[in-house]
Design a protein around this ligand. Structure first.
Ligand SMILES: *[C@@H]1O[C@H](CO)[C@@H](O)[C@H](O)[C@H]1NC(C)=O
Ligand SMILES: *[C@@H]1O[C@H](CO)[C@@H](O)[C@H](O)[C@H]1NC(C)=O
Ligand SMILES: *[C@@H]1O[C@H](CO)[C@@H](O)[C@H](O)[C@H]1NC(C)=O
Length: 365
């Protein structure tokens, strides 16, 4: 690796070492808490009231009695374009940055014991199945899922400053990986996933627990770079489609002059990210099948549209930073809003990066 890449890496590692603090009251990382669905799931996976950030705000056993728009269910699913959930706040007009530890599951389909994304809130969704992950990218009236209209958002993942996850105790399941054998009634726990929410868009990526490099492909340390870098895509507003695709190059990994390089996001204390040394490549996709929204979504409660919150059409269809390819970022889906407390989001991400950085160092050295 180049000297600059190495020094960037060491800077991140140093910052991370200072901040990485498993909570003594609950030292087991969320990614190491595995439960068979549904029988093995406890009421709460993260319940210790002595924990520094407190226990999780919701619960993990979710059923017909918890299925309503006040549900505090924190067990989520990504199954198919008509059956997936996003993490979003429990209370109206919240920012992801302020509420990342308490997000609850908002799903497209009844039956998971969660809140439902109101009818019409999703205005375009692309689901891509690759050899090693499933990625759902889309456009949403985010005010319908309790997000402030102007929130540029942030990233949710099962790591976090204390390795307890954002949201705390949030679990993820899927019935859609090939390793599940096509049995929709059987669910696998997803160990590594990322979900960027904000800027009237979202990207959710879940990595196959039986696949290759789930840690790298669902890397959580690039939380300031948004969907363009973490889930490169060509999703378009007003289009609902399912495609097959190739795996992306893991976030942060790129090729320059024939050499494989690793970029690390700088600490937030160094100021806004103005340049990134590479332009993410949207992986090839094929066999896309398009749908009408009404074919996919039913049984959702009516929404209450807010005039000012119409999702912005992105000309290139790239969720994230507009897909300009300039290597600069202006902030969009998933990038912490300049008006929110980015510091807390970034503190978390830097810490969350520890395991990933150390892994990368071992791998590269
Ligand atoms: C339904 O979920 C609630 C909340 O987690 C739980 O208290 C209750 O025991 C569950 N009911 C059944 C029948 O599992
Ligand atoms: C949302 O919160 C902001 C900041 O607190 C406030 O200015 C705005 O009026 C609120 N919007 C709604 C729709 O409640
Ligand atoms: C599983 O669910 C998917 C998505 O809803 C559906 O297309 C498929 O036909 C289902 N498979 C079986 C065996 O029911």
């Amino acid at each position: 690796m180049s000297r600059s890449a190495l020094s960037a890496l060491l800077a991140v590692a140093a910052a991370s070492v200072v901040l990485a603090q498993p909570d003594p009251a609950d030292p087991t990382p969320l990614v190491d808490k595995h439960y068979a669905y549904p029988s093995g799931i406890p009421y709460q996976v993260d319940y210790n009231t002595a924990a520094i950030r407190g226990p999780q705000v919701g619960y993990n056993i979710c059923n017909s009695t918890t299925e309503n728009q006040q549900s505090m269910c924190q067990t989520s699913f990504v199954n198919h374009i008509d059956d997936f959930c996003l993490w979003a706040p429990p209370k109206p007009n919240s920012t992801i940055g302020d509420t990342e530890q308490e997000e609850v599951a908002w799903c497209t389909k009844p039956g998971h014991g969660t809140r439902l994304i109101p009818s019409g809130a999703l205005t375009g969704v692309q689901l891509i199945k690759t050899p090693n992950y499933i990625q759902v990218v889309g456009f949403i009236d985010q005010t319908q899922i309790n997000m402030a209209a102007d929130d540029y958002g942030g990233e949710l993942d099962p790591h976090g400053a204390d390795l307890r996850g954002n949201p705390l105790g949030g679990l993820m399941y899927s019935n859609a990986f090939p390793s599940n054998g096509g049995n929709n009634a059987s669910y696998q726990q997803v160990i590594d996933w990322t979900n960027f929410m904000g800027g009237s868009a979202f990207c959710m990526k879940i990595c196959d627990p039986a696949g290759q490099n789930q840690q790298g492909l669902c890397q959580n340390i690039y939380d300031r770079l948004g969907c363009e870098y973490n889930a490169p895509n060509n999703a378009q507003n007003h289009v609902f489609e399912v495609c097959e695709g190739d795996d992306m190059s893991p976030p942060g990994i790129y090729t320059s002059n024939g050499q494989t390089m690793t970029y690390y996001q700088p600490a937030e204390s160094l100021g806004p990210i103005t340049t990134v040394p590479y332009t993410p490549v949207v992986p090839a996709s094929s066999n896309c099948v398009t749908y009408q929204s009404a074919q996919l979504y039913s049984g959702q409660p009516a929404g209450t549209p807010v005039a000012s919150s119409t999702p912005t059409a992105k000309p290139t269809g790239s969720t994230g930073n507009g897909g300009s390819g300039s290597g600069t970022r202006t902030g969009s889906a998933g990038a912490p809003s300049p008006t929110t407390n980015g510091a807390s989001a970034m503190g978390v991400s830097t810490v969350a990066g520890l395991a990933g950085v150390l892994f990368a160092m071992a791998f590269l050295s």
